[in-house]
Design a protein around this ligand. Structure first.
Ligand SMILES: Cc1ncc(COP(=O)(O)O)c(C=O)c1O
Length: 378
């Protein structure tokens, strides 16, 4: 770097903040410092239409952004994520000891098997689903039993088949509702049927990353907790309806004994960054934002359904912010052709549905461009 200290001081916005301090410490930071903005493209081309990662393109609530910025200014401090537990407990009408913060809900999904499975046991879950903690279970050498969803019934869960796979060695039963990628959602009666069928020693993990998109009053795993089931762990996240995927803010809800066991390996007080700590408080003060997101997703789903009908394409979706579109044995070819045009979508083979594209709803313009382009590739 051929910057002189004077050049740097003239050009850098850092003059107003840290530079005088660094100068007084006689640190020659100029060799390393650059004025280049950070690259946040994640390796995707400029102006790419990113419909591949189930992100909420409406972004976070303005209050969450405000909270994040306030947190950023305190970035030199550690945050005590556990202080958020009472807020979330209030929000869900649970006791604060029943809440555990994680670096995204993924941390909890992965730690649940890591802390609750032993050699010789087995896990029961579905095949066409987000693998979350299942990879950890597989890595641990545990027998993972994955049951097909029923395609002829619109990818309904095969609850009978799942429960039949449970035996005296089963230690964990994992469901995703609403499911990724099919959108399949379990009713309270179905959840209760599963919970009632499982022996108390089996941990019933319910991944509810997309629960904020369900209609009001839809019974979820949280209602099982309120009904007194002590072997249930529900995971939730701010990544989806709250538009905070990059802030890595999730949490688990369950009996304190389950949560305590998880904290032996992670989800400690330092699992929440202070930026997320501020943002979560803002998001909780603006639940209307997540509701607006839900309305947007409902509208967009209808738009996608109409477009698929016009193009004579079969589609599968639920309340969650994405749709599976059947493109048969041309799926990978079409995905690549879209990618060549800087439109990124998921390939169902990642979730064992290779005949489908999985398309996350984007902004209105992006959705229109996607369908216009898809039409040219069929
Ligand atoms: C079903 C499901 N669970 C969990 C996650 C990840 O959530 P988080 O960002 O909270 O780790 C995803 C991400 O796409 C998901 O689809």
């Amino acid at each position: 770097m051929n910057f002189s200290r004077r050049d740097f001081l003239q050009k850098s916005t850092a003059v107003a903040t840290g530079v005088p301090l660094l100068m007084s410490m006689d640190i020659d930071y100029c060799e390393a410092a650059t004025a280049t903005p950070p690259d946040l493209s994640m390796g995707f081309p400029e102006n790419a239409i990113r419909l591949n990662w189930n992100e909420n393109t409406l972004g976070p609530s303005p209050l969450a952004i405000k909270g994040a910025i306030a947190g950023l200014k305190e970035g030199y401090r550690y945050a005590l994520g556990s202080l958020l537990a009472p807020l979330l407990a209030d929000y869900h009408s649970l006791d604060k000891d029943w809440v555990l913060m994680g670096t995204g809900s993924t941390e909890l999904q992965r730690l649940a098997p890591a802390t609750h499975l032993n050699e010789g046991g087995n896990v029961v879950s579905s095949l066409e689903t987000w693998a979350g903690g299942l990879r950890v279970a597989e890595h641990m050498g545990v027998d993972v039993r994955r049951i097909d969803l029923i395609e002829e019934k619109g990818f309904a869960y095969d609850i009978e088949g799942l429960l039949n796979a449970v035996d005296d060695k089963t230690q964990m039963f994992i469901m995703v509702s609403p499911n990724n990628p099919t959108g399949t959602s379990l009713s309270y009666q179905e959840l209760k049927r599963i919970a009632d069928s499982l022996p108390d020693k089996v941990l019933f993990v319910i991944d509810e990353a997309y629960a904020d998109y369900l209609p009001d009053n839809w019974g979820t795993g949280i209602d099982l907790l309120k009904a007194g089931y002590k072997n249930v762990l529900v995971t939730r996240t701010f990544s989806k309806a709250h538009g905070m995927a990059g802030l890595r803010s999730g949490y688990g809800l369950g009996h304190p004994d389950i949560l305590k066991r998880i904290t032996q390996f992670g989800c400690g007080p330092a699992s929440t960054s202070i930026v997320a700590f501020g943002a979560i408080q803002g998001a909780l003060n603006d639940i209307g934002h997540a509701r607006q997101t839900r309305s947007y997703v409902e509208r967009t789903r209808k738009f996608y359904q109409q477009k698929c009908e016009t193009l004579n394409l079969h589609s599968v979706s639920g309340p969650s912010p994405f749709m599976m579109i059947k493109t048969g044995n041309r799926t990978s070819e079409i995905q690549q052709a879209l990618k060549n045009k800087k439109i990124l979508v998921g390939n169902g083979k990642s979730w064992n549905v290779p005949d489908y594209l999985r398309v996350s709803y984007g902004r209105e313009k992006e959705n229109e461009v996607f369908f216009r382009t898809l039409a040219t590739l069929l």
